[in-house]
Design a protein around this ligand. Structure first.
Ligand code: ADP
Ligand code: MG
Length: 354
């Protein structure tokens, strides 16, 4: 019940080949003590985070240094834990969460490149094996596309699910599927299924190619693992049973913020972009209000978007939350980078009561 701050870490991806080829300057430099320095014409600012991972940081270093392992353990202990990646399109959110998996249709990613999600699953299953049959694991996978909540695990064409609220459960999605799993293969194939391994190679999750990122995610994706622990005690004095616990571990890959002008989006794409930007704006607004001291907080408008409703518990309720802000070091991305850094700095003041 104690107030706990959101943990915010920053990842700066390397310059891409395209950025290097066209001679983009690197304007973000890690100072090595959890802070970064942005240095460009008319901009000179330093931002501090719980940790900063620069271009040289491996996927493993990000997993170990961001505290995800501890989140897995807390989720087993019955807490609601959330990891969310945010940042401009092409800044490395999907890479950080899933590695290059989402980008190749058929080739599996090299083990060293696996993202935070697969590493967490492995860690969770390892713990689960240690506890025998006391842990039951299941998963659900949703996306929010054009302000509709869709089930990425249900067969057939995607249909919108209602998002409801109840006093006991808070906001929840009605009729969402959840799938039990017991092995790393099963949960990984679930990820792949939602991403790309469907009939005729059709991708379930909405992605479309535009100028900034060939595999841009056009939807917010939320994968939730439910961890039910049947803590059975063998101590005779306890009569054989202890209360069971239900924890969750949720990974949120936010669609990138973007300017319609820069991505060259038009028609359907610009409708998508407007919906994405509107929900990210709603999220930013909630974060700004939540960042005020508790005594000064007014009403938090979670109901402004589906995204903020689904994240209400992680942001202002009883969850434990890690934000991974992703940025590009390129001079061309400066204004989006600064906005991500400001957004992330504000989020550091948000507290929850796990
Ligand atoms: P986002 O999900 O934020 O739109 P992606 O994760 O798809 O961005 O990354 C954009 C591109 O940059 C991809 O080609 C990805 O492989 C590459 N990339 C991102 N982060 C890294 C990294 N840390 N190291 C190497 N390549 C990266
Ligand atoms: Mg992405």
């Amino acid at each position: 019940g104690r107030e706990t701050r959101l943990r915010v870490v920053l990842r700066v991806r390397p310059l891409t080949c395209t950025e290097t080829r066209r001679g983009d300057r690197q304007v973000v430099h890690s100072l090595g003590d959890g802070s970064v320095h942005v240095c460009a014409t008319r901009h000179d600012a330093t931002f501090g985070f719980s940790a900063v991972f620069d271009a040289g940081a491996s996927q493993e270093a990000v997993f170990e240094g961001s505290g995800v392992r501890q989140l897995v353990e807390l989720a087993i202990d019955g807490f609601s834990c959330t990891v969310f990646a945010f940042g401009q399109t092409g800044s490395g959110k999907t890479y950080t969460l899933m590695g290059p998996l989402a980008q190749s249709e058929t080739r599996p990613a090299a083990p060293g490149l696996l993202g935070l999600m697969q590493r967490s699953f492995a860690c969770l299953l390892e713990q689960s094996r240690g506890r025998g049959s006391d842990l039951a694991l299941s998963a659900s996978y949703l996306e929010i596309y054009n302000e509709q909540v869709r089930d990425l695990l249900s067969p057939g064409p995607p249909c919108a699910l209602p998002l409801r609220w109840s006093k006991t459960r808070g906001f929840y999605v009605e009729n969402q599927l959840s799938v039990d799993f017991e092995s790393l293969e099963a949960i990984t194939s679930l990820l792949l299924q939602a991403f790309n391994a469907l009939p005729a190679g059709s991708q379930r999750r909405r992605t479309s190619a535009h100028a900034l990122n060939r595999h841009s995610s056009r939807s917010h994706a939320l994968l939730t693992i439910y961890i039910h622990s049947r803590a059975v005690s063998t101590h005779p004095a306890l009569g054989g049973a202890c209360p069971s616990k239900q924890g969750t571990l949720c990974f949120v890959d936010l669609a990138g913020s973007e300017r319609v002008k820069e991505t060259g989006s038009s028609g359907e794409l610009s409708v998508e972009a407007n919906n994405i930007n509107r929900s990210l704006l709603a999220l930013g607004h909630c974060i700004s209000l939540l960042a005020k001291p508790r005594g000064k907080q007014t009403h938090i408008p979670y109901r402004d978007s589906k995204l903020t409703r689904l994240l209400a518990r992680s942001l202002g309720g009883s969850g434990i939350t890690l934000m991974v802000a992703c940025i590009s070091p390129s001079s061309r991305c400066l204004s989006e980078t600064l906005s991500t850094l400001h957004y992330a700095s504000r989020a550091r003041r948000v507290t929850t009561r796990p």
